[in-house]
Design a protein around this ligand. Structure first.
Ligand SMILES: C[S@@+](CC[C@H](N)C(=O)[O-])C[C@H]1O[C@@H](n2cnc3c(N)ncnc32)[C@H](O)[C@@H]1O
Length: 427
């Protein structure tokens, strides 16, 4: 299992080609000993349960919360103080000012419920499912799902994030620890990937979404992909990944924020599936005076571009789980898309080697146009603002180059032009 398994499905042989893929080693299920020092944490399970009762999730998803109280007790016994402290850390400025684990539960509850429903509704003869956590970070969503999903219906988890260490390459370290993702009842594979890269999306399609369930079951696993709290165009990339992979049966997306007003200045145009839309469509302050309106409009555009196929479905749900503070917008939008379960038995019945039904080239740019610079120095591409880039990658690269130069002038790296560094009221 673990790294051997990833090597078996070809994930580790191509690390140079796909941006230093990494894998967290996954041992067989082990009982992790409780560390004595965990008792020093002031956040006992009882105290967490008390806090949980005060959160909106307790009123909206009471049964789930009852299960989570049990889970928290197990985690308290399972993890050492270092991991437990990370789990119960109260992040500065975070919603509700409660320990991370409660915040994440509060905000991911609708996704947890949906994935459970999807897995439960798989036909009994269907192969076991694969859960893919996009931009997984610490991995709270996967950790909850790993506790709640039945092992007889689910084969494995893949957690994808650019901050993971790359265990496929020597002693690589990452800024997000993955030690706590070992020893679960499911294999939890972590991959260090940049989800905005075309090469990554192609490699994921071939090696993760079309990986056999196990050595014993060579069928493809139905994939359920979730992206929780994904910032601006990363969310479009996640939706693109659903659009372009029929093996992804369900997609859950919780947007975190929308692009900054710099995209308005640059007249950015986006494309997701057949749907094109402009930054001004959701950032124009005259038409959409509040950040709440802009956030909703952004999400509606993403929804419009999601293509589950003629017999699939998609929806935008709002769950009042976050009470925004002054000047903030409510992150209460949940997008779901699914492809029907009925054709699943056939589609997934193939063995590896079955011709790939999807286009070989995935991951075309999602930013298809942007003005170079702004103000008097504005220059436009000869093809005009409505003309999409042909071929892969160069349009987005050009935009990134502009963002990079803007960022440099602001003494901040381009990838920081997202929610974590820019106060919401400034966007
Ligand atoms: C706001 S965090 C959300 C983490 C987690 N889903 C949660 O809700 O707790 C966004 C995550 O996306 C990851 N990320 C950002 N850009 C990425 C990219 N281009 N490719 C892969 N991961 C990315 C970040 O490292 C971060 O862990």
């Amino acid at each position: 299992m673990d790294v051997d398994y990833l090597r078996h499905v070809g994930l580790l042989e191509h690390e140079a080609a796909w941006d230093r893929v990494s894998s967290g080693p996954v041992a067989d299920v082990v009982e992790v000993e409780a560390a004595d020092d965990v008792t020093r944490s002031r956040w006992s399970p009882a105290k967490l349960a008390e806090q949980l009762r005060l959160l909106p999730v307790a009123a909206l998803f009471p049964e789930l919360c009852a299960e989570v109280v049990q889970i928290l007790g197990r985690w308290y016994r399972r993890f050492n103080l270092k991991t437990w402290s990370r789990i119960v850390k109260v992040c500065k400025g975070s919603a509700h000012q409660v320990p991370c684990v409660l915040k994440e539960l509060n905000e991911s509850a609708p996704v947890i419920m949906k994935v459970r429903k999807w897995v439960e509704s798989l036909p009994p003869t269907a192969p076991k499912a694969c859960i893919v956590d996009l931009g997984a970070g610490f991995g709270f969503l996967s950790m909850f799902l790993a506790e709640l999903l039945p092992p007889e219906r689910v084969a494995k988890f893949f957690l994808l994030d650019m901050t993971y260490p790359n265990l496929g390459v020597g002693n690589s370290s990452g800024s997000t620890s993955i030690e706590h993702l070992q020893g679960w009842k499911f294999p939890m594979y972590t991959l260090k990937v940049d989800l905005k890269k075309k090469s990554t999306l192609n490699q994921l399609a071939a090696r993760v979404f079309r990986a056999p369930v196990s050595k014993e079951d060579p069928r493809y696993a139905p994939v359920y992909a979730c992206g929780i709290h994904l910032c601006n165009t990363l969310g479009i990339r996640a939706a693109q990944l659903f659009n372009e992979n029929a093996d992804v049966r369900g997609f859950a997306f919780v947007p975190c924020c929308f692009p900054t007003s710099r995209h308005l200045t640059q007249d950015v145009i986006y494309q997701l599936g057949e749907h094109k839309f402009a930054a001004r469509d959701f950032l124009d302050g005259k038409k959409l005076p509040s950040n709440n309106d802009r956030f909703l409009r952004w999400a509606e555009h993403v929804l419009e571009g999601i293509d589950p196929g003629p017999s699939g479905s998609k929806s935008l749900e709002r769950h009042m789980l976050v009470r925004p503070r002054r000047g903030m917008f409510a992150q209460d939008i949940y997008i779901f898309a699914e492809r029907p379960v009925a054709p699943l038995a056939q589609a997934s019945a193939g063995t590896p080697g079955t011709p790939e039904p999807q286009p070989a080239q995935r991951g075309s740019p999602v930013v298809i146009w942007a003005k170079y610079g702004h103000g008097n120095r504005a220059r436009r591409k000869p093809a005009g603002p409505q003309a999409p880039e042909s071929g892969g990658g160069s349009g987005e690269k050009a935009v990134m180059a502009v963002l990079q130069s803007l960022a440099e002038s602001a003494k901040q790296p381009a990838h920081d032009l997202t929610c974590s560094k820019i106060p919401r009221w400034k966007r």
